[in-house]
Design a protein around this ligand. Structure first.
Ligand code: ZN
Length: 514
């Protein structure tokens, strides 16, 4: 057994942080010489209050504990939507045929500035807070391995800060928080766009938890089809299988075919699958089997590649004498096209806000986790990042359904330090560190950048016009057309069985901890 580092637990850190002067609870002081407009100063001051950092930190920690999978985020979504409603926002829930999707609105008229916010967890990543070794709370249960617990929380705290400025200074315009479920299965934004939720939005600020404070622009990530291929065969005794037709064989032949296909695809592709249904016992020929594919490529190459994958499925059915059932498209999304003008505006406010000041305890835990992961033992980051330009290389990578929004309105993403450098995304190490005071401060820094940038957009029409002009020229070149088939529906059932299995166990564990 590996020895665990005995670190003070969260309540001790909370007590410590609240006893410090205000300048130590949030970010390093903004550069003294820069003149900050009074509206912007108000949102920064409001977010700097220790009670604000704690209030939203606790929301992030609660969502971390709920750890709900995509489209099962009933408690997380309710907590976020209720908080916005109590702050005076008008909240519409259950939008775009997704019970956990919501939009919260404050203010009136133009411009309309949108904030994106995610809150879903990943399967199999349950992990104790602030543990430097893999140690699940409930083995096999979901966990927040991508920091989404802190993300809608960052958007929400920024929105409430901007509301304060709207109220005090009578700023024109509207703020909207787009509560976006199921990002881990990239399954909400294409349906939210299809439902017209973004139709009046002038600009959008997205955020993502990471280990630095930064932003970037340009085209990135991969477009994606997420689809389930199901086959229907004929069951029989496994020992007299000549009278059966195995649906599992069809899945296997499809997979062999797609694995040969890889050789003949451009390097921009990514393709992976899990078999979700494949029979129950070797002595019964499976008459049902299914495989879930992620097919990823550039916007231009995606549909052609997807057609070739469908041909592999047809080959599996033909070879085995089984039937390929109607393909279920879970989601289909574009690459991310981040707006340069918006990213430049975010960067100015990133430089203004600066990196949070970390305590000795926070740095000690970061180094202990980094040591365990054999990462550079640098502790927490000390400097903000510089503006990231597109790499220009299209050699595959991950995907985000934020891509859909970037083609509907000018959008860029703030990355904030919600995790520890060296922690691994979609891995227990991120779950272990995306909770407690480092995350509180990180999401608060992100919220300051979002709120300050939104104030700029509300008060400087020329800034917004520059961003809009860039966007209008861009979509002449890349007009938006959804990849979703007309009959595709949000996969509200896809995580239901798994969540129902673990929810009572997770709630019981949380109860015992209290
Ligand atoms: Zn993520």
């Amino acid at each position: 057994m590996r020895k665990r580092i005995p670190l003070p637990f969260i309540p001790v850190l909370i007590a410590a942080i609240l006893s410090l002067p205000a300048s130590s609870t949030g970010q390093t002081p903004a550069k003294a010489k820069i003149k900050i407009e009074k509206e912007k100063q108000l949102v920064l001051d409001w977010l700097s209050k220790p009670e604000t950092v704690e209030r939203f930190g606790k929301i992030s920690d609660a969502i971390w504990e709920y750890a709900e999978l995509g489209l099962q985020e009933f408690r997380s979504s309710k907590l976020l939507a209720d908080t916005l409603e109590q702050a005076g926002f008008k909240v519409e829930r259950g939008l775009a045929d997704m019970p956990t999707c919501f939009v919260a609105t404050y203010g009136s008229g133009k411009p309309v500035i949108g904030f994106l916010g995610e809150f879903d967890a990943l399967p199999m990543l349950s992990q104790k807070a602030k543990s430097t070794t893999q140690d699940p709370i409930v083995a096999g249960a979901p966990g927040h391995g991508c920091g989404h617990n802190a993300m809608c929380t960052a958007a929400l705290s920024a929105a409430i800060a901007v509301k304060e400025a709207i109220d005090k200074y009578g700023l024109p315009g509207t703020i909207k928080v787009f509560g976006s479920p199921a990002e881990e299965i990239v399954a909400s934004r294409p349906y939210m766009v299809r439902a017209g939720l973004f139709k009046d939005v002038d600009a959008v600020i997205d955020n993502h938890s990471g280990s630095g404070l930064g932003t970037g622009y340009g085209r990135g990530g991969n477009a994606l089809f997420s689809s389930i291929f199901s086959f229907k065969g004929k069951t029989s005794h496994g020992a007299s299988a000549w009278s059966g037709r195995s649906a599992l064989d069809a899945v296997e032949i499809m997979n062999v075919s797609t694995n040969y296909l890889r050789e003949h695809l451009p390097l921009s592709y990514r393709m992976h699958y899990v078999i979700t249904e494949g029979g129950e016992a070797p002595n019964v020929v499976p008459d049902k089997a299914a495989v879930w594919y992620y097919v990823r490529n550039t916007d231009e190459r995606l549909e052609e590649m997807y057609e070739r994958v469908i041909n592999c499925a047809k080959a599996g059915a033909l070879a085995t004498g089984t039937e390929l059932l109607p393909i279920r498209v879970i989601s289909a999304i574009h690459q991310t096209h981040s707006n340069k003008g918006m990213a430049e505006l975010l960067q100015k406010n990133i430089d203004l806000v600066g990196m949070p000041a970390w305590s000795d305890e926070e740095n000690a835990f970061a180094k202990a986790l980094q040591k365990e992961l054999k990462a550079a033992e640098t502790g927490m980051p000390t400097k903000v990042d510089t503006l990231r330009a597109p790499s220009g290389q299209e050699t595959g990578g991950g995907s985000s359904d934020v891509g859909e929004v970037t083609l509907i309105a000018p959008t860029a993403t703030v990355r904030f330090p919600g995790t520890i450098p060296g922690s691994i995304s979609h891995h227990w190490s991120t779950v272990a560190c995306t909770v407690g005071t480092t995350t509180w401060k990180g999401l608060n820094a992100g919220a300051k950048v979002i709120a300050a940038s939104a104030v700029d957009l509300l008060t400087k029409p020329a800034e917004l016009k520059k961003i809009r002009d860039e966007f209008d020229a861009y979509i002449q070149k890349y007009p938006y057309k959804s990849f979703l088939p007309a009959d595709a529906k949000p996969p509200v059932d896809i995580n239901e069985t798994l969540m129902n299995k673990f929810r009572p166990l997770m709630e019981k564990a949380a109860e015992i901890k209290k």
